[in-house]
Every structure is written in structure tokens, then in C-alpha cells.
Write a protein that binds this ligand. Sequence first.
Ligand SMILES: Cc1cc2nc3c(=O)[nH]c(=O)nc-3n(C[C@H](O)[C@H](O)[C@H](O)COP(=O)(O)O)c2cc1C
Length: 227
Amino acid sequence: MNITCSMAVSSKSGNTKLVADALRRELSGAGVRFAASFDLVDDADADPAHSEGVKGAENVEGAEGDEAVENGQSANAAASAPAESTSSISTIATQASEADVTFVGFWCDKGLCSPAVQHFLQGLAGKRVFLFGTCGFGESDEYFAQILDRVRAYLPVDAQYIGGAMCQGKMGMGVKRRYEGMLEKDPENAQARMLIDNWNKAQSHPNEDDVSRIAAAAKEALEGIAE
Ligand SMILES: Cc1cc2nc3c(=O)[nH]c(=O)nc-3n(C[C@H](O)[C@H](O)[C@H](O)COP(=O)(O)O)c2cc1C
């Protein structure tokens, strides 16, 4: 495939970055050239009040189950340069413009993507875009599709969305502790049990199957434009 791409990724705790790296490797093996790759950083990551936002994540409209999935993994190297999240977005968008396709990777933040990703997507006028993301809940293509629909809505009308794919990603210990707290208070709480089960399942994601599925969707999308 003689296609040049760029990739912009927002990853709070590494899941989406892992998918991005694997995707780049897989597609490079298929002859796709990545001219540029960028990290998208959120100001909120440097905001001590961020945990409030996590609480506010509960009962997100259109979301399934409890999505207030706080991520206890705080390691985020990119947070050391939070100012870049908005100031350099237009520069990044300009560089992305040299590519045939822009890949945008995001982690699901309260049913959506984070503000840095929203902002970046808004700058992709006239571009072809493939979205990929990770989220705490999995096993439902419909759930993934809903998130992708909400996220792609940030693209300008004249951007061309060529496809997207998502997978589950592990969540932090803080989330599990909160679910366990719910269960301690009410041992009959079926919702809390479901959330703990999901948290446990999420621990093994993203896995190889997830990456293969996302890479296959990306290849199909790229073949579509190469025709
Ligand atoms: C503040 C916050 C909000 C989240 N909101 C959702 C959500 O609404 N739905 C969901 O499925 N997962 C949600 N998650 C889980 C993350 O999307 C998931 O763990 C993802 O894989 C993290 O990717 P990363 O490691 O690249 O940051 C949320 C996580 C955090 C920290």
C-alpha cells in the first residue's frame, strides 16, 4: 500500500499508546508509511481536581453501566508538558495535513474522547481520518460504535471519516477499590459485582486479538481509499 499516514495519540495510562505502537508496526509491515506521530496531551492531566471529573463521569448519557472508571495509574509522562495540549494542536494539524490519512487514537473519557482529542479532531478539515480507541468496557460492538459516533462528531463536516475500531483497556486499582466498596456496603449489589467482573476482564486488554482486529479494520479502511 503506497499510503502516507500520520498518527496522533492520547493515552492517559498506556493502553491506547500500546495499541498505537502495535498498529504502526502492523501497518508499516504492510507498506504504510508513517510520516509523523504525535502525543496529544490533556491539560486536565495536570489538574489536581481531575478526580472530581471522574466522579462526574457517572451516569453519562448514552453510556452503558457505570462509566465512572477512575484510573489509578497516574504515571503520565506527557502531563509534564500540559501547555502543549492546546497551543501546538494547530501545528500538529498542519503537519498531519501532509499525510493521506490521519490516525487518531483516544482513550474513552466519560463516554467521549478527552478535550485534547476533541480539539485536534476539530482541526482536521478536509482530511481523511481513522479513529481507534480503548475504553473500560468491552465485549459490545454496539458500545464501541456509540463511542466512535460521539467522537467522530468532532470532525469538521468536510473531513472524511474512513473508519474506526476500539477495544477494551485495563483500568486503575482505584476503580476496583471503589467497586469493592460498593459491594461491602451492599453484598447483594449485582451492579457492583458486574463492574468488578468487568474490571477483572479488562486487566488482560488490550491483547493481541484486540490489536489484530483494529489493524484489520485499519487496513480495510486504507484499502478502501487506495482503490
Ligand atoms: C476519567 C476517566 C473516565 C473514563 N470514562 C470511561 C467511560 O466513560 N467509558 C469507558 O468504557 N471507559 C472509561 N474509562 C476507562 C478508560 O477509557 C480505559 O481504561 C482506557 O483504556 C484508558 O486508556 P489509556 O491507558 O490509553 O489512557 C475512563 C477512564 C478514566 C480515567
